[in-house]
Design a protein around this ligand. Structure first.
Ligand code: HEM
Length: 516
């Protein structure tokens, strides 16, 4: 009797859940407001489609392939639409009624510390932006530049040492270490010295893991649940403790100095730490803000990749840098660097092909704007509750704007044809755009330009033997492109390069001079 009752209850439960899911699937496929948009079938009823490809770090490539198949607007999740046009870029990211999607909230750390990146509320964000903006003003940048140049000097010395052997240099490692050392100084005036000392190098992997975790949560919110989070916390405990200890050490070292002893983020916001005012910031939030200063390392690794594979561009850039400047120490921010137009075009072309942030930046209409009239994106009225975005990798490879998108052609940024120029700029989203666009864009250009120009001043370089073996990742079929793994920002390897010093110019390294 008991057995029969259990059987009957089980059958009823199965029937009810079967009917429930049938209803939900039926609704999502046949009745949902996004039902008429094309897209991968699985993505119509679950976020697992995007989640799966995010976990495998190739969502940017999948999205590009899907656009080829389904067109310039597609449904990429039950309530998600992705567009592939410059008009959509404007309509989404430069619209004041729009905010970051609620999925960004899933990236807030377990201790509740938010950052400028995941502050969805517009007032909270505006206050953070004002504060962070203080660290990246032109004046702050000018004050920080000598410190950046010192770190670039360390980078150049490691290249010089490698040239004496000669030994190939893995540019991903070198650029990430340089990038992190700059971030340490910029945030807390702290010398992490990862370029010369392995002690703090684990932070680089920590940042990548954090980005991977955040990206996975945003694509597949289901993952952010207590059980999985607790499990992840347990598994990453030893690393996390090391990370927190390093952070605590950085903060304590900085606190032991006078507020304005260093030209760093701390100094810019010190008067707002733990106050009652509207722009108050917690000390513990500062590093969360600063880790978003990191993607320049990807831009640099990719730039070295493209220059080593494109001899014509390499030669042209050498000619420009070596004719405009008269000395390595002469290479600094100012009119001469601004006159390096080909350098800027090489950086832009790099950011187009291998954008350090290559995914879809999800947005939605702000809560307080709901019901105040329709939101139209590239001619489509967006139904209530829909998250939308433009996929940066796809837009940057859209032939309507960038013919031969897989060719490295800096010249496309230097055309005399104004219409053409407007067109390429309209579809460039490397730093995103609008109120949530990159706050550190000028800093990123300065860092990339100084590193590239100074490297070309002191060295010639070429691809290390054997480095051209095609590293196919997740079905990427374009070996001429620097291959990125999408973890919101990017993970990558190489290129491995061999450096040869330009003799007369490198004497300064032998003499141990610091005017590099
Ligand atoms: C080549 C290097 C860089 C690239 C490609 C890049 C790209 C981006 C992108 C695409 C976003 C928008 C993210 C989103 O909407 O979720 C962003 C935001 C941001 N970036 Fe960058 N970034 C770079 C370097 C930097 C640097 C050097 C700094 C600081 C010195 C910086 C500071 C920020 C900040 C603070 C935000 C958040 C802005 C906000 O939400 O108001 N970035 N960046």
């Amino acid at each position: 009797m008991v057995k029969e009752t259990v059987l009957a209850v089980t059958k009823a439960a199965l029937l009810i859940s079967g009917l429930y899911y049938l209803f939900v699937f039926g609704y999502l496929i046949l009745l949902h407001p996004l039902r008429d948009y094309p897209g991968p079938f699985v993505a119509k009823f679950t976020d697992w489609y995007g989640g799966f490809h995010a976990l495998s770090m190739r969502l940017h490539l999948t999205t590009y392939r899907d656009h080829q198949k389904y067109g310039k607007v597609m449904r990429h999740g039950p309530d998600r639409l992705i567009f592939n046009s410059a008009q959509a870029l404007q309509d989404i990211y430069s619209n004041e009624r729009v905010t970051k999607s609620h999925v960004y909230l899933l990236t807030i750390q377990a201790n509740g510390v938010d950052s400028i990146f995941n502050a969805v509320d517009r007032r909270r964000h505006a206050s953070k932006r004002r504060l962070i903006g203080r660290a990246v003003t032109d004046r702050a940048m000018r004050q920080f530049e000598p410190i950046m140049i010192d770190q670039i000097g360390v980078f150049l010395r490691t290249l010089y040492d490698s040239s004496l052997v000669p030994r190939p240099v893995d540019m991903t490692q070198s650029c990430k270490r340089l990038g992190l050392d700059i971030v340490g100084h910029l945030a807390f005036g702290f010398a992490l010295n990862t370029q010369t000392d392995p002690k703090y190098r684990f932070i680089i992997d920590g940042i990548t893991m954090g980005n991977y975790r955040a990206n996975s949560f945003m694509q597949l919110p289901f993952l952010r649940n207590r059980v999985l989070d607790a499990l992840l916390h347990l598994l990453s405990r030893p690393r996390r403790l090391g990370y927190l200890r390093a952070l605590e050490h950085m903060i304590n070292s900085r606190l032991s100095l006078e507020k304005h002893a260093k030209d760093d983020l701390y100094s810019c916001v010190a008067d707002y730490i733990n106050t009652d005012g509207p722009d108050s910031i917690k000390l513990s939030e500062l590093w969360s803000e600063a880790v978003f200063f990191f993607p320049a390392a990807t831009a640099l690794s990719a730039l070295f990749f493209y220059l080593s594979r494109n001899p014509r561009a390499y030669r042209k850039l050498c000619d420009e840098v070596r004719s405009i400047f008269t000395d390595g120490a002469d290479i600094k921010g100012g009119p001469k660097l601004a006159a390096c137009r080909y350098l800027r075009a090489c950086i832009d072309e790099t950011l187009r092909m291998s954008s350090p942030v290559s995914g879809t930046l999800w947005r939605e209409i702000a809560k307080e704007e709901e019901g105040k009239g329709p939101w139209t994106v590239d001619g489509h009225i967006i139904p209530h509750g829909t998250q939308v975005g433009v996929n940066i990798y796809s837009l940057h490879h859209n032939e309507d704007y960038f013919p031969n998108p897989f060719s490295f052609r800096p010249e496309r940024w230097l055309t005399d044809n104004d219409d053409e120029l407007r067109k390429v700029h309209s579809a460039f989203a490397g730093f995103s755009t609008g109120a949530r666009g990159c706050a550190g864009k000028p800093m990123a250009y300065l860092e990339s330009s100084l590193v590239a120009a100074k490297t070309l001043w002191y060295f010639d370089f070429e691809t290390a033997p054997g480095d051209d073996i095609i590293r196919k990742i997740g079905g990427q079929t374009h070996p001429e492109e620097f291959q990125l793994r999408d973890v919101f920002s990017a993970a990558h390897d190489g290129p491995n390069l061999v450096f040869k010093s330009r003799d007369d110019h490198c004497k300064i390294f032998e003499l141990g001079g610091d005017q590099i």
